[in-house]
Design a protein around this ligand. Structure first.
Ligand code: ADP
Ligand code: ZN
Length: 765
C-alpha cells in the first residue's frame, strides 16, 4: 500500500511516495515483543536514521528479547563515535544482502520515552526529499536536544512538619519564614529565598522539622484554560472564528489564509481557534518569525488563557530546552509559541498551527537544512490532519494566489477593531521638498512629527539600516572601508565607536587616521543609518526623548525589553527603528509613522523586491493610530511615481498583488514556476571556477528546466569563501529535485567546495 502526500503548499503538484510498510507496526501500548513476530531467525536487524549528516539509514543488530517499535530513540556506535538516532523501519530478520553478521554493530541504548510517531517520521522524510537534505540532517532538527532523551533527575522538595526544631537560629528562622505550612518548595528555590545552605535544611530534616520528598521533574507547564477570559467578538470576527474552527472537531486538514488589516483582531481570532483546539484535546503551535516578537504575544496570551504558553526559541537556557523538548515528546505541552524550529519538535497531537506574519522572510532557514517554515507548516498540518492558519495583514504573493485560486481557504478581516481607522498615508517627493544638506528628514516630515508631538502623541521613524552609516570613506584618498573577509562595506556604529561587517559580524575600532593614506580626521560617513537619524532628531527636537530600536539589541538580554517598556510607559517621544519595529509591537500612543527612505528596498533586483517593500511599508505605516484616534503616515521618496509606492498611497493592495501576480505569471516566476538556487562556495577561486565549469558542462537536458549561471553571487565572498550561483528555473509541474539530484550525481564535489541547494529561494545574495 502506498501513501501519497500531496503538497498543497505553493500549489505545486508535487507528490512524494512512501512505502507504508516502513511504518506498518502499530502497537497498542507503544511496545511490541519482537519475539512474537519473527520466527526462527537468529539475528534481527533495524534500520536506524541517525541524527547526523549522513546520506542514508544504517543497519544495526538488536538483541532477540528487545522490545522495539519504529520511532524508538536509540544510541548506536558509528565509527569511533556514538550517535543518537531513531529506529526508522520495522525490524526484520537478517537477510543475505545485509552486511555480514559479524560486521553488524548492535544498538547500544534504548530510551524510555514515547517513540517518534509515524507522523513525525513522515514529516522528516517529506522535508528531507523536498529540500534535498539527508533524512539524518532533518532528524537532527527534530532531535535537537539529545540530553532530553534521558529523564531529568527528580528534584527534591521540602515541607514543614508539625514538629518544631529544638533550637532556633537566624538561618532556621528564615527557612520557616520562607516555607509556609502546606507548601512545597524546591531545594534551589528554598535555599535562595531563605539565603541558607543545604546543610541548614538537612539538619532540620534530621530533627524531623522538615520533610524531604522527591518531586516529579518537568512539571513546569501550566495548562492553558480555554475559557479563562473571552472577548466579545464583532460579527466579522465571529464569522472568521466560525470558519477557522470548522475543521477542528472533524479533524480534517485545512489551510486558511487569515487576511486582515493591522489591528483587525487576527490575534484575538486565532486565540479563539487555539481555545477550540484545547477544548477538543488537541495542542496548538504558534510560529513567529522572530523571537523579539514573542514578549507582547505572551502577555496577551496570559490575559486570554490564564497562564503563559510554552516557549521555544534560541534564547532558552539548556535546561529549559531540555525540559520543553521532553514535555512535548510526552505529549504534555498544550500551546507553544515558537520560532520556526518549533515545527520540528516531536509533536503528538497537533490540532492547530498558526503561522503569524506568514509573509515574513524570517521563516526561511538559510543555513544547514534550508527550508521555509511557513511552507513546511502546511505540510506538517496536512500530515497531522490539523488546521493551519497563515495570518498576515500583507500576505505573501504565494499565499494570496493560493487563496485566490481556492487551494487555501480565505478568511478576511477587512476593518480595524473598534473605532480606530487606518492612518492617512501620504508621500513626500524628496526632489521637491528635500532635507537640508547632510540631513535626512524633509521639512514636511519634520512638521508632521511636530504636529503629532504637539498633540501629545508618540512618533516613529523607520529606516531599515542598522548603525550610523552604511559606508565610510576617506575624504583625502577616497579609500572605502570594507571587510577583509567579505565582499561588504563596513558599517559604522558610532555609539560603540566601531565599524562592523554585517555579513560575518567582525568588528574593528574606527581608526583615528585613514588606514590607506594616513591622513587624520578625514573619514566621512556616507548615507544614513538609524543612529544618524537619531542624531538629527536630537538637533531638530532637542527637548524630546528619542530612542533607537534595532535588531542589534536582540542578543543583549533585556535591552530591547527595557526600551519597549520605556516606550509603552510614554517615556519616549520619538522611536527610530529598523525592520524590528515593522510588526508585532503595539504602540498605543503612536500618532505618526514616517519612512525615511521608501526607495531603499526597491533598488535590489530581487524577485520579491516590490512585494517586500509593499509589505514593510504598509506594516510600518499601520503602526500609527491603532487606538481610538486616527494616525498619519508619510513616505519619503525620490521616485514617488514608482508603481509600488503609488499603489501603497492609493491603498490598492489587491490591485498591487494582482498586477504582481500577473507579472510573475508572465515570466513563469514563483508561484507560477519553480526556482532553486545552487550556491557553490570555496576558499580557492580558481578551483571553484573549475568546478562550476565542470558542472555547467553536465547540465542534464530537460524540456521544462533551465539552468542560469554560473555567476558570481552578489556577495561574491563571505568569511573568505568565494561564492558562485546557479539559478534553476522550472515549470510549475517540473520535478526540480529529481533534476538537481541527477545533475549532481554526475560528478563528485571536491572536498574544499560546498554545494548548498536552496529550493524555493528567498535570498538571492
Ligand atoms: P491584529 O492581530 O489583526 O493586528 P489584534 O488581535 O492585535 O489585531 O487586535 C488589535 C487590538 O484590538 C488589540 O489590542 C486587541 O486586544 C483589540 N481587539 C481586537 N478585537 C477585539 C474584540 N473583539 N474585543 C476587544 N478588543 C479587541
Ligand atoms: Zn565580513
Amino acid at each position: 500500500m502506498r501513501l501519497n502526500v500531496f503538497l498543497v503548499a505553493f500549489g505545486q503538484n508535487q507528490s512524494f511516495t512512501y512505502d507504508e510498510s516502513n511504518y506498518a507496526i502499530k502497537t497498542k501500548n507503544g511496545t511490541r515483543n519482537i519475539m512474537q513476530s519473527t520466527e526462527n531467525d537468529d539475528m534481527l536487524i533495524v534500520a536506524v536514521c541517525l541524527a547526523a549528516i549522513v546520506p542514508k539509514v544504517f543497519h544495526y543488530a538488536v538483541p532477540q528479547d528487545a522490545e522495539l517499535v519504529p520511532g524508538q530513540f536509540v544510541l548506536v556506535p558509528f565509527g569511533r563515535k556514538k550517535l543518537y538516532g531513531v529506529i526508522w523501519e520495522k525490524l526484520r530478520p537478517w537477510q543475505e544482502n545485509d552486511p555480514p553478521k559479524d560486521k553488524l554493530k548492535s544498538v547500544e541504548q534504548f530510551y524510555d520515552i514515547p517513540p517518534l510517531s509515524e507522523e513525525n517520521r513522515k514529516f522528516v522524510d517529506w522535508v528531507s526529499s523536498y529540500v534535498m537534505s539527508p533524512q539524518g540532517a532533518v532528524l537532527k532538527l527534530v532531535l535537537s536536544v539529545p540530553d532530553a532523551l534521558s529523564p531529568e533527575k527528580p528534584v527534591t522538595g521540602w515541607q514543614v512538619s508539625d514538629k518544631r526544631p529544638s533550637r532556633m537560629t537566624d538561618a532556621r528562622e528564615r527557612v520557616f519564614a520562607a516555607l509556609l505550612p502546606g507548601k512545597t518548595m524546591r531545594t534551589g528555590d528554598l535555599t535562595e529565598a531563605a539565603s541558607v545552605s543545604i546543610s541548614t535544611l538537612t539538619s532540620l530534616e534530621k530533627e524531623g522539622a522538615l520533610i524531604k520528598s522527591e518531586l516529579p521533574a518537568g512539571t513546569l507547564f501550566d495548562v492553558p484554560d480555554p475559557t479563562y477570559s473571552r472577548v466579545q467578538f464583532s460579527n466579522e470576527q465571529h464569522e472568521a472564528v466560525n470558519m477557522l474552527t470548522d475543521n477542528i472537531e472533524t479533524r480534517g486538514f485545512q489551510c486558511h489564509l487569515l487576511d486582515g488589516v493591522t489591528g483587525s483582531g487576527k490575534t484575538e481570532v486565532f486565540f479563539e481557534v487555539i481555545a477550540a483546539a484545547l477544548t477538543n484535546g488537541k495542542s496548538a503551535l504558534v510560529l513567529l518569525p522572530e523571537i523579539a516578537l514573542t514578549e507582547q504575544l505572551l502577555a496577551r496570551f496570559e490575559d486570554r488563557f490564564g497562564c503563559p504558553p510554552a516557549l521555544w526559541h534560541s534564547g532558552l537556557t539548556a535546561s529549559e530546552r531540555r525540559r520543553t523538548w521532553r514535555t512535548v515528546a510526552e505529549g504534555k505541552v498544550k500551546v507553544m509559541v515558537a520560532a520556526r524550529s518549533g515545527l520540528f519538535l516531536p509533536w503528538q497531537d497537533l490540532g492547530v498551527i498558526v503561522v503569524d506574519e506568514e509573509h515574513d522572510p524570517g521563516f526561511k532557514q538559510e543555513e544547514g537544512v534550508i527550508y521555509n517554515a511557513r511552507d513546511m507548516a502546511v505540510v506538517r498540518g496536512r500530515l497531522a490532519d490539523a488546521t493551519v492558519i497563515l495570518s498576515s495583514a500583507t500576505p505573501s504573493l504565494e499565499s494570496y494566489v493560493n487563496a485566490r485560486d481556492g487551494r487555501y481557504h480565505l478568511v478576511k478581516l477587512p476593518s480595524r477593531h473598534g473605532s480606530a481607522g487606518m492612518p492617512d498615508l501620504s508621500m513626500i517627493d524628496m526632489r521637491i521638498d528635500p532635507p537640508a544638506r547632510g540631513q535626512w528628514l524633509s521639512p514636511a516630515m519634520v512638521s508632521s512629527m511636530q504636529d503629532a508631538l504637539d498633540r501629545g502623541k508618540q512618533t516613529l521613524l523607520f529606516l531599515n539600516r542598522r548603525g550610523y552609516a552604511p559606508l565610510t570613506l576617506c575624504r583625502n584618498c577616497g579609500h572605502r572601508y570594507a571587510c577583509s573577509d567579505c565582499d561588504a562595506w563596513l558599517v559604522e556604529h558610532r555609539s560603540k565607536n566601531i565599524m562592523a561587517c554585517h555579513q560575518c559580524g567582525s568588528v574593528r575600532n574606527v581608526p583615528d587616521k585613514c588606514e590607506e593614506c594616513g591622513e587624520v580626521d578625514c573619514l566621512t560617513a556616507c548615507g544614513p543609518g538609524v543612529e544618524r537619524v537619531l542624531e538629527e532628531v536630537g538637533h531638530v527636537f532637542p527637548d524630546k526623548k528619542a530612542a533607537v530600536l534595532s535588531s542589534d539589541m536582540i542578543g543583549q538580554t533585556g535591552e530591547l525589553q527595557s526600551q519597549l517598556s520605556l516606550i509603552q510607559s510614554g517615556a519616549i517621544d520619538i522611536i527610530i527603528g529598523t525592520q524590528i519595529i515593522a510588526k508585532g509591537h503595539h504602540f498605543p500612543e503612536l500618532g505618526f509613522a514616517g519612512v525615511v527612505d521608501a526607495d531603499l528596498g526597491l533598488g535590489n533586483g530581487d524577485l520579491r523586491a516590490a512585494e517586500r517593500t509593499y509589505q514593510t511599508l504598509l506594516q510600518v505605516s499601520g503602526r500609527a493610530g491603532r487606538e481610538a484616534s486616527k494616525g498619519t503616515a508619510m513616505l519619503q521618496s525620490y521616485m514617488p511615481d514608482h508603481p509600488v509606492l503609488k499603489a501603497l498611497i492609493a491603498g490598492e493592495r489587491d490591485i498591487f498583488l494582482e498586477r504582481e501576480a500577473e507579472m510573475r505569471a508572465q515570466s513563469e516566476m514563483p508561484p507560477f514556476g519553480r526556482l532553486a538556487g545552487l550556491v557553490l562556495s570555496g576558499p580557492d577561486i580558481a578551483a571553484l571556477n573549475n568546478f562550476s565549469r565542470d558542472l555547467a558542462a553536465l547540465i542534464p537536458a530537460s524540456d521544462d528546466v533551465r539552468v542560469l549561471g554560473p555567476a558570481p553571487a552578489p556577495i561574491a565572498r563571505i568569511r573568505n569563501r568565494y561564492r558562485l550561483r546557479f539559478l534553476i528555473k522550472a515549470g510549475k509541474q517540473a520535478k526540480i529535485q529529481q533534476f538537481i539530484a541527477s545533475w549532481l550525481a554526475k560528478t563528485k564535489t571536491p572536498s574544499q567546495i560546498r554545494v548548498a541547494i536552496d529550493i524555493d529561494p528567498y535570498n538571492f545574495l
